[in-house]
Design a protein around this ligand. Structure first.
Ligand SMILES: [Zn+2]
Length: 340
């Protein structure tokens, strides 16, 4: 399989939201990529400008950051042609690597809009080198670093300017090499882009990482239908496959996130988290469930959260009995999921 490190530059409406095409908020104007070979050797390069057709005026931000002018882009080819050459260059079996999660959704949107075959007609697996950098060097995943920070961190020579597609792909590949030299297993921490969610059971994603399991469900008509599916709420231990006993049932703090706590006899406490994602084409929802073995301390956080919800519900029920139906003043609408 070819590892393709890719970076895109894109343009957007220069005259604000009212002139934005909803199906194409960002139009790709440049694709840069390198083929990452054995031991991080750069096998081959790809760099092409794209002649825009939707946004023909450069957005202020784009011209400032990317240093590209419309006259230059006019020399490029149309997106369909460039995309076709790009995927041919990638080869039949490839995995994309990016810096951050932003490029793949924009690529999928552009492919869809210009009617070029999608990377995948469901979630796209890719490697987010920025995430790997955080996992390896920062020991945290919340505060993301920019590419130049990572380049400096590893003392990589800055011999070409940043913020052009090819150079950023080139630097991402250099950072990736440093990361994989330290720990080749990092490459297993794939990310998934859900611009196109799974439309049926066949496209659902279930993947076990070294420290957690991720499940991306198909699209359901609505949340209630999603929860009726036994698979949605199931908490099997991802290490041994046995049923983990529920300690705290699924609950929510009133937003799109749901939590539970289970326990595998052999492997211990396991936290469940579901995030509900709305979807417009087709209309409905899909969910991403993450199961993770946790320490007693982490489990206590879930329990504390659950108690807060239970407390709130108790108070709310009492006040409703006493007075008229009470307004929820805390902004929390805790709820139970009709489970088992
Ligand atoms: Zn187990």
């Amino acid at each position: 399989m070819n590892l393709i490190v890719i970076d895109l530059e894109w343009n957007q409406s220069a005259s604000g939201a009212e002139n934005t095409v909803p199906e194409l908020p960002f139009e790709i104007i440049e694709i840069g990529a390198v083929k990452y070979g054995e031991g991080g050797k750069l096998v081959s390069e790809f760099s092409e400008l794209i002649r825009p057709r939707v946004y023909r005026k450069m957005h202020n931000y784009t011209s400032k950051l990317v240093h590209l002018q419309m006259e230059e882009l006019e020399k490029g080819d149309f997106f369909e042609k460039v995309a076709e050459r790009f995927f041919k260059w990638c080869g039949p079996d490839y995995l994309l690597v990016t810096w951050g999660p932003g490029d793949i959704p924009v690529l999928q949107q552009n492919l869809k809009y210009f009617e070029v075959p999608l990377i995948n007609d469901g979630p796209v697996a890719f490697v987010d080198a920025q995430k790997l950098f955080n996992l390896s060097e920062e020991k945290q995943t919340k505060n993301r670093r920019n590419l130049e920070y990572a380049v400096d961190h590893f003392g990589i020579t800055k011999d070409i300017p940043f913020h052009r597609a090819f150079s950023d792909a080139y630097y991402t590949a250099q950072v990736l090499k440093k990361l994989l030299d330290k720990d080749p297993e990092l490459i297993k921490f794939e990310s998934f882009d859900t611009t196109i969610p799974p439309l049926d059971k066949e496209h659902e994603v279930r993947i076990v990482f070294p420290t957690y399991e991720k499940f991306i469900s198909r699209v359901y008509e609505n949340r209630d239908k999603a929860f009726k599916d036994r698979e949605t709420l199931a908490t099997r231990c991802y290490v041994c496959g046995k049923r983990a006993k529920r300690k705290i049932r699924w609950f929510s703090m009133g937003d799109r996130r749901y939590y539970c706590l289970s326990e595998c006899e052999e492997h211990g406490l396991m936290k469940g988290k579901i995030v509900m994602h709305p979807c417009s084409d087709p209309e409905g929802v899909f969910l991403i469930k993450v199961l993770r073995l946790v320490s007693e301390k982490e489990a206590a956080v879930v329990e504390k959260r659950f108690n807060k919800v239970r407390e709130f519900r108790k108070n709310n029920t009492n006040s409703r009995k006493a007075k008229k139906p009470g307004k929820n003043t805390s902004g929390l609408i805790p709820e139970d999921i009709g489970e088992e």
